[in-house]
Write a protein that binds this ligand. Structure first.
Ligand SMILES: [Cu+2]
Length: 211
């Protein structure tokens, strides 16, 4: 029947158009030393990672570090469930090698526009969250626990809600280009609340208060 064959052709044309609409990834490598907005930001282009490093005057892009798999291990990883804004991730990171390894970047691009490495510190008599200078170093043969009230992964600019039970993919990158890829479980947790003191623009170097 002629009518049926026309209907099939129309259906097929619909599929072709949908396929063409798939997003293309076209990241370009930043120029090392050029200005970047948010410290902790990172880009991966052609197997190299570039990091937005904090500076006194302005933040600048690092030179690219070639990626390889990391020997770090993570256990008991979890992230605090959150609808929007920001949240924090935790876990125990172990370094089985005989040399210290420093984590300098973290990514979860489907969920967070940016992940910073944070510490909790005493500043002017109050506890504040701030970016950890130089990253998080795991001692040779030792481990570091990321936990509420201590070092943590700060998920910022959430792109979608992180709900209890979700498994969130995360990539940690070390200063020598090591990649540690894992999934972290979203849990309900009432603590570890953070607010920006600077009115929530998220752009300043101002401290964060802990509620
Ligand atoms: Cu934080």
């Amino acid at each position: 029947m002629r009518i049926r064959s026309i209907a099939v052709a129309g259906f097929a044309a619909g599929i072709v158009v949908a396929g063409l609409a798939a997003p293309a990834s076209a990241a370009t490598a930043p120029k090392p030393g050029s200005t970047c907005m948010m410290s902790g930001d990172s880009r991966i282009v052609d197997g190299r990672a570039y990091f937005c490093e904090p500076g006194d005057e302005q933040n600048t892009w690092s030179s690219g570090v070639r990626l390889k798999s990391s020997e770090l291990e993570i256990d008991d990883q979890w992230v605090k469930a959150a609808k929007s804004g920001m949240t924090a991730g935790f876990g125990v990171i172990t370094n089985p090698t005989d040399k210290p390894i420093t984590i300098i970047g973290a990514r979860s691009p489907r969920y967070a526009g940016l992940i910073q490495l944070h510490e909790v510190a005493m500043k002017d008599g109050s506890m504040v969250m701030q970016e950890k200078d130089g990253g998080i170093t795991i001692p040779a043969g030792g481990s570091v626990t990321l936990e509420p009230g201590g070092d943590h992964l700060m998920f910022m600019r959430l792109k979608q809600s992180i709900d209890v039970g979700d498994q969130i993919p995360v990539l940690l990158i070390t200063s020598d280009g090591g990649k540690l890829r894992f999934k972290t479980l979203a849990k309900f947790y009432a603590g570890a609340n953070e607010n920006y003191d600077d009115g929530g623009s998220g752009m300043g170097n101002g401290g964060m208060s802990m509620n």
